[in-house]
Design a protein around this ligand. Structure first.
Ligand SMILES: C[S@@+](CC[C@H](N)C(=O)[O-])C[C@H]1O[C@@H](n2cnc3c(N)ncnc32)[C@H](O)[C@@H]1O
Length: 207
């Protein structure tokens, strides 16, 4: 299936080119509810952070945040939002298909609506497993492949979406602090709106 949403940074630069924040300035509902599961004050990586609403929120809660995305326009807006909220945010322009997240470098990794092609996820997940410190936490909400029928957000291609089975296979032996696959109403800016089918996970790396 050809995805309706092109995957290029140019697409996202264009999407982020207005002054409006496509997903709003407030954090994702799931992150706002569950951020306390992340190690307090820790080095926290926000994957595909776009215009920065999630990274900036975590910075206001005392985390030391690095936001990585491959849209320069998104990260520019993220920096603007951080300045508006008077918090520090490190931004990094990089392609998650190849970016090296380091070794035992992060206390928390956050991945919200970071939909990536299956081969990119397959290469990224082992890098993330290595990059989190023992006891570190991965907090994630993505659309589930069933979302495609809902038409309320996300790419048209179910292979870009994520299941718990895939996650558990990628992070074997990690504590399942929270896992959920099912419906929830997502109202996050003009980019996501309505009843949706999501995958949520909070997984802790063994100490
Ligand atoms: C649906 S948006 C979500 C943005 C943000 N996480 C949020 O919830 O507001 C997806 C983001 O993934 C980024 N992205 C897509 N493919 C990427 C890649 N290969 N490397 C880095 N970022 C990527 C896009 O630039 C975009 O900002």
């Amino acid at each position: 299936m050809t995805p309706r949403t092109p995957l290029t940074p140019e697409f996202w630069d264009h999407r982020y080119s207005s002054t409006e924040y496509v997903y709003g300035k407030e954090p994702s509902d799931f992150l706002a509810e569950r951020f306390a599961e992340l190690p307090a004050g820790g080095e926290t990586l926000c994957l595909a952070d776009g215009e920065g609403r999630n990274g900036v929120f975590l910075a206001t809660r005392g985390m030391r945040v690095t936001a990585v995305d491959n849209s320069a326009m998104g990260l520019e807006k993220a920096e603007r939002l951080a300045a508006e909220r008077a918090v520090a945010l490190t931004t990094l322009l990089a392609d998650l298909a190849e970016w090296d997240a380091g070794d035992a470098r992060w206390d928390g990794v956050v991945s919200i609506w970071a939909h990536l092609p299956a081969p990119v996820r397959a290469a990224l997940h082992p890098r993330l497993a290595r990059a989190l410190r023992p006891g570190g936490v991965l907090l994630l909400e993505h659309y589930h492949p069933r979302q495609v029928g809902y038409g309320t957000g996300g790419p048209d291609d179910p292979t870009m979406m994520l299941t718990l089975d895939e996650l558990h296979a990628a992070f074997p032996g990690w504590a399942r602090v929270h896992t959920f696959e099912g419906e929830r109403v997502v109202m996050e800016g003009s980019g996501h709106g309505g009843k949706s089918y999501v995958t949520q996970a909070i997984l802790r790396k063994p100490s």
